[in-house]
Design a protein around this ligand. Sequence first.
Ligand code: NAD
Ligand code: TYD
Length: 339
Amino acid sequence: MKRVLITGGAGFIGSHFTRLLVKEGIYTVVLDKLTYAGNLLNLKDLESYENFVFVKGDIADREKVEEIVKEYKIKAIVNFAAETHVDRSILNPEPFYETNIKGTIVLLEVAKKYGLRLLQVSTDEVYGPVLTGYADENYPLNPTSPYSSSKAAADLIALSYFKTFGVDVVITRSSNNFGPNQYPEKFIPVIILSLMEKQKIPVYGNGRQKRDWIYVRDNAIAIREVLFKGRSGEIYNIAGNKEIENIELVNKVIKIYENLTGEEWLSTLIAFVKDRPAHDIRYALSTDKIEKEIGFKPTYPFDIALSETVKWYLDNLDWINTIKTRDFEEYYRKNYGER
Ligand code: NAD
Ligand code: TYD
């Protein structure tokens, strides 16, 4: 399995995963459509590696996917390619169903034809709100947004390809990722960029919603472990085991930012805004299965990883300047009031 196709590898998690594999000497081909979320700067340091190839294209383009599989003798596909932001899915659901469902079906068909392993990168959001306790891999699916319903649909289709056709499918469902290179529509980079630009930090509703956060480098390691050791037809939850309320997270990031920059009184930027429709109150995963079967546990301490992340944005203005669109600013103004 030393020749891997990584779809969506120019995005946030995909680029960290690609770096991990390339540096381990695995022959790695990235296929990415370079939507607003894809950024070649995320892969720039890998350009000189002989075992790294980038191809621009759509996972829904079956011909292109087959061409790559044949030309590079691919043995496994890891599918990160997706439309990924809940708020965008509320604004305009269709691209989510196109890429996240139809695109995944193309990859499954190709995996079936060429006998490949397909690792489908999924999310804890497919379980919907977990009011108490922790969702294990058998927890009922209850997606509440077009984004999460598209991911749940793709998971079920992938499992049906395993059951019906024996395709070697394996699924990871991780909690919220954070770290360098995350597009600033997701919460942690929204907080950091708001602080950098002295804009309001939009906190949806009362800010008491809870998320579990995993550092992106830990998730990349977990996905690699599942790729090589995961059993066919199985789902593996991945989490950082760091559950925190949104408002507490905002306060933590502000403290880190103030310590790094010497600035003060930044909590005055916090603005409670209109809540997201069908906002899931809590996500929480049981990770017993991946710990017992694969031996994976996250290793990066949350506070240190969060501080590294804030520092990365402060140090990478060039990257921030390459962000293709700030159309989300418009969305905030329309939906959540002036920032
Ligand atoms: P991202 O939005 O940063 O990147 C997505 C990448 O996919 C981009 O490079 C984009 O150009 C590419 N892409 C989109 N449509 C494509 C298409 N049709 N063909 C080829 N490439 C296409 O996303 P991310 O946050 O890195 O998430 C990656 C995967 O992990 C997604 O499947 C997401 O559902 C899942 N996930 C993300 C999180 C999180 O917290 N970010 C948590 C759990 C699971
Ligand atoms: P987000 O990063 O969009 O991830 P997800 O919705 O997939 O968990 O949001 C994380 C949490 O932060 C979620 O509860 C929504 C909230 N949030 C805000 O309060 N304000 C914001 O500007 C954003 C983007 C998110």
